[in-house]
Write a protein that binds this ligand. Structure first.
Ligand code: GUN
Length: 298
């Protein structure tokens, strides 16, 4: 068997087109331009790349991108003051604080200062709690992107499928488990302390790898015919010295066993950005008491 490729790049492109059309409607009908404020603390090179990329995609769909770059040793009260200012700025619809933060700043404290209605990342405890209790909420972008890929692959019906999420982060693993549960999957979360992990993952129809370590998920982790979503983006050095981007799944071995698999790059990554743009439009609708179109709702 050779797995079919789940094309995240193509679905993300479609979603970005829909976002651009809705942004144009907001402009022509309501004279509104959605605006996203991105706060970057310090000079982590990977974060700088992500923030630049977010800005570029925002502009492409007509969303205004505002960037706030702060020194790595900024004090907590200074960062909190900036977020509060953005909370009260009616021109700003979405607020995103790029993670990781320098070690002297507690991410939970900082994120929970963001107005939950402007929390495009869906990380605020209010949004996490609303998602966990089945209430309408802003949903974290990477899990939302994974869900949209799965829904399309299974023709919008995941009911009764066994899903395993490898990784228990607040950013991906936990919210994705909630989303899959909401779609009536039976969900297991496994992590670094799980015993006999392969015995669990081998029983599942859907395997989502979100551990943040390169090529850990091997052929013997996978049930024949399973669907694999690879959230990982890892840079590894090859024998010839060149840097290669790989996922958390060992693609070369797993794609012989699986029915379908997301590639890295071109799988979950582009969906994350597209979902961020969709969430920003959603915050603009929320902030202006406009009903968001159904496709924007997770
Ligand atoms: N760092 C890595 N992923 C993310 C994300 O989805 N949102 C934010 N704010 N920071 C991140």
């Amino acid at each position: 068997m050779t797995a079919s490729i789940i094309d995240g790049k193509a679905l993300a492109e479609k979603l970005r087109e829909q976002v651009a059309e809705h942004v144009a409607l907001l402009k022509s009908n309501r004279d509104l331009t959605p605006a996203l404020a991105v706060v970057l603390v310090g000079d982590d090179p990977a974060s700088q790349v992500y923030v630049r990329s977010k800005g570029k995609y925002c502009r492409e769909v007509g969303i205004e991108s505002l960037e706030f770059k702060l020194n790595a040793n900024v004090r907590e009260d200074e960062l909190v003051a900036l977020i509060k200012r953005l909370n009260h700025d009616n021109h700003v619809n979405g607020i995103l604080v790029q993670l990781p933060l320098p070690s002297h700043l507690d991410p939970a404290t900082i994120i929970n200062v963001i107005d939950p209605q402007k929390d495009v990342d869906g990380f605020h405890v209010t949004n996490a709690g609303r998602l966990a209790t089945g209430q309408d909420s802003l949903v974290p972008c990477t899990p939302l992107g994974c869900l949209l890929l799965l829904l399309r692959h299974y023709d919008q019906d995941l009911s009764g499928l066994n899903a395993v999420v490898v990784g228990r982060s607040n950013i991906v693993g936990k919210p994705l488990a909630q989303l899959l549960l909401r779609e009536n999957c039976s969900v297991t979360i496994v992590h670094s302390r799980t015993r006999d992990i392969e015995d669990i993952t081998r029983r599942c129809d859907i395997l989502v790898a979100a551990l943040g370590r390169p090529q850990v998920v091997k052929e013997n982790w996978v049930k024949p015919g399973a669907t694999i979503i690879d959230v990982g983006i890892n840079r590894i050095q090859q024998e010839d010295g060149k840097i290669k981007l790989v996922g958390d799944v060992d693609f070369d071995s797993v794609h012989h066993v699986a029915d379908a698999i997301t590639p890295v790059p071109g799988g979950v990554g582009p969906m994350t950005i597209a979902c961020l743009l969709a969430n920003t439009v959603r915050t603009c609708c929320i902030g202006n008491a406009i009903n968001a179109p159904a496709w924007l709702m997770d």
